[in-house]
Ligand binder design. Structure first.
Ligand SMILES: NC(=O)c1ccc[n+]([C@@H]2O[C@H](COP(=O)([O-])OP(=O)(O)OC[C@H]3O[C@@H](n4cnc5c(N)ncnc54)[C@H](OP(=O)(O)O)[C@@H]3O)[C@@H](O)[C@H]2O)c1
Length: 344
């Protein structure tokens, strides 16, 4: 069985990672097509030891394509995903365009795989925000064990979460600081080099930001609508890897030792938690890795049944590309998709 897969946004941070992961995990592809904006037509991207010439998404005929891995931003997805879905190609979208649509399943395979059945209503499946994906991989097994009541989370999000322009801005500003050139902020609202910015996405009426709202809405949609969530999302001068300081209050008692044992067995999780110098994970070490790492697990004595955790993952992988390909694998594993083209 071999599928025709299109990667839309193939020249971007997430799209390139999708191509790497399709190859690494041996996803059953017959043909891979790299799509981006008209600006990139004819440029080349790597897929294993092959080179793919980029084609334009605009006007591409998806009628013989099985899966479109979409990472070209919300506006592009709003316009294109329904048209692609109508051509019988399943869209797995990385933007926030469809996550809150009742007819679109929002999936992290380790958390709510059974919700995938709803994809047929639009032929679109949404990938969550990068910060929510890693949070829920770590919290789902603890919720199953002791029922989460409330989550307080502060994020430390890398610049790659803002696309390739975000990475370029950190690099250019850092260099400018060292050579005493003027420092210009274009992508971010303030200087990001040697700084942190408590503002990601637009402001909402209640003073929170859209990024913070996404963590609340997506946790409720995927894990449990009864859980209370409050988030503060912060951009930090790290290239790849989002970190989260998480405080969780449970209905039932759970000790740090019990949580550590549960997370050691949990899918997608890796516990690195030694109470000594360096006995925890940092975002630098998570880059290029698939796991959601959990460190600094400890009891919070200021509330009943409270735990603190430090959760770190590669935002381009579990936060985006890896999760999307795991969703494609889930479609195949459950027999929900058959290749349109018969093997020669
Ligand atoms: N980075 C993360 O951690 C992360 C995590 C979760 C979700 N996401 C989401 O994934 C999407 C992509 O993010 P990214 O970080 O990869 O951004 P990026 O590095 O800026 O790449 C954007 C991609 O979209 C393409 N694109 C832009 N306008 C287009 C158009 N009109 N038609 C077709 N393609 C177009 C670009 O092609 P050109 O090169 O031709 O402009 C490029 O391939 C966004 O929706 C983002 O919110 C990102």
């Amino acid at each position: 069985m071999a599928f025709k897969v299109a990667v839309a946004g193939a020249t971007g941070n997430v799209g390139r990672e999708m191509l790497n992961i399709l190859e690494e995990r041996g996803f059953p592809v017959g043909e891979v097509v790299a799509l981006a904006s008209r600006r990139s037509v004819g440029t080349e991207v790597s897929f294993g030891d092959r080179t793919l010439k980029v084609k334009a998404l605009d006007g591409y005929d998806f009628s013989d394509t099985d899966i479109c891995l979409m990472s070209a931003g919300g506006a592009v997805s709003k316009e294109w995903s329904p048209k692609i879905g109508k051509q019988g190609c399943i869209v797995i979208d990385n933007s926030s365009a469809w996550r809150y649509d009742q007819d679109v399943p929002l999936i992290v395979p380790e958390v709510n795989p059974d919700a995938i059945d709803g994809y047929t209503r639009r032929n679109i499946i949404a990938n969550p925000n990068c910060s929510t994906a890693q949070l829920l991989v770590a919290l789902k097994p603890l919720h199953d064990a002791a029922t989460i009541k409330r989550i307080v989370v502060a994020t430390y999000q890398s610049v790659s979460g803002a696309g390739k322009e975000g990475m370029d801005e950190l690099f250019t500003q850092t260099r400018a600081v060292f050579v005493a050139d003027p420092v210009e902020a274009k992508k971010f609202t303030k200087r990001i080099a040697f700084n942190v910015i408590p503002h990601i996405d637009v402001f909402m009426d209640d003073g929170s930001t859209k990024e913070e709202w996404k963590m609340v809405a997506e946790t409720k949609k995927m894990l449990d609508p009864k859980i209370k969530v409050t988030a503060t999302c912060v951009r930090v001068p790290v290239f790849i890897g989002h970190s989260e300081a998480v405080n969780v209050e449970f209905e039932k008692p759970i000790t740090a030792d019990e949580a550590r044992d549960i997370l050691r067995e949990a899918p997608g999780c890796l516990v690195i938690d030694k109470r000594e110098n360096g006995g925890y994970i940092t975002p630098l070490e998570s880059a290029g890795e698939d796991a959601t790492y959990i460190s600094r697990i400890r009891e919070d004595s200021t509330v009943d049944n409270g735990l603190n955790l430090w959760v770190v993952s590669d935002n381009l992988r579990k936060g985006a590309a890896l999760n999307a390909i795991q969703i494609a694998e889930l479609l195949v594993a459950r027999g929900l998709i058959q290749p349109k083209q018969k093997a020669a």
